[in-house]
Design a protein around this ligand. Structure first.
Ligand SMILES: [Zn+2]
Length: 318
């Protein structure tokens, strides 16, 4: 196992493999405080290897699992928060996240009882998109989003809240978009921003992936604007730490504005167009006809958000 990488004084990065695929690993961060305690940001996937990997990383820094005091969660996805419950059980540390993530987890648990609620929810979503009957089965056969099984928090964090950790100033920064309760963590003194999946250096994170959401596109554009105003080195939840945070925020905003303009143009010629009909008229890598299964569901989900954003009448600007 590789030793954790030091990214700043008292801040260490651990690459945690993602058995579910997609990206090769998530990034967990270990923050040492002034009293021998350690605080973990996004412990990673719920695989049996995660806890030994974190224990090993702590050992390489001269710490034990028992030194872990706090588990900070940027958002409820299993590749970030999936190991939080096991880490809490092994350490007694407290899990902290935004209240919207707590509520979304509770709603997911409620809907998952017997599986019927999730199937009904998925069917309603697919019907609301105006999917032709012959394409329904492939969408309904897909598994639901991977948030099931993530541990409930011990306490929640509000936007702007300063965490009281010995010798550390870490502020919770609410950045809804990827999920409704996504948090970045701002280390003002060291000029670091832990960005979770809000801003990644090259990957474009999907939006609205945290259960019931109100306005993911508008939320995300506003969250990008707030983060772009900070002069920080970005420590993301995947890939590698990066500078040029403001530039990356602008790229991501422009991507969504471009999609919103496409949706607006489709709705101009056909104001009653369903999500399916709007998506047909948008540009897709590899073409619309080639989209199937998970990629098709993702394309429709993203189109639904851009269509709703346009129909809300919000200015398509950043
Ligand atoms: Zn995520």
């Amino acid at each position: 196992m590789p030793a954790p990488a030091n990214v700043a004084t008292g801040v260490h990065l651990v690459r945690v493999p993602m058995p579910a695929g997609g990206l090769p690993y998530s990034l967990a961060y270990l923050l040492e405080d002034a009293e021998g305690g350690v605080h973990v940001i996004d412990p990673g996937s719920p695989s049996p290897e995660t806890l030994p990997l974190l224990a090993n990383a702590l050992g390489a820094l001269g710490h034990a699992l028992a030194d872990v005091r706090t588990i900070l969660v940027t958002h409820l996805h299993a590749d970030h928060a999936g190991a939080a419950g096991a880490l809490r059980a092994a350490t007694g540390a407290r899990i902290l996240m935004h209240e919207r993530e707590r509520d979304a987890l509770a709603a997911d648990v409620a809907a998952s009882v017997g599986g019927a609620g999730v199937r009904r929810r998925d069917a309603e979503t697919v019907d609301g998109w105006g999917v032709p009957p012959e394409r329904r089965p492939e969408l309904l056969a897909l598994p639901s989003l991977p948030i099931a099984g993530v541990a409930a928090p011990d306490a929640t964090l509000a936007d702007g809240e300063l965490l009281a950790l010995p010798g550390l100033r870490l502020r919770a920064f609410w950045t809804p978009g990827h999920t409704g309760g996504h948090l970045c963590f701002d280390d003002e003194e060291r000029g670091l921003l832990f960005t979770g999946d809000h801003v990644l250096p090259t990957v474009n994170s999907g939006l609205g992936l945290g259960g019931a959401e109100f306005d993911p596109i508008g939320d995300y554009l506003r969250s990008l604007l707030r983060v772009a105003a900070l002069d920080r080195r970005a420590l993301p939840g995947h890939e590698e730490p990066f500078d040029r945070l403001a530039e990356r925020c602008a790229e991501l905003a422009e991507h969504h504005l471009r999609r919103a303009r496409e949706a607006r143009d489709a709705l101009r010629s056909r104001p009653d167009a369903t999500v399916w009909q709007v998506a047909e008229g948008m540009t897709w890598t590899g073409g619309w006809a080639a989209l199937a299964g998970f990629a098709l569901r993702s394309a429709l989900a993203q189109t639904a958000m851009h269509r709703a954003f346009v129909r809300s009448g919000a200015p398509i600007a950043w």
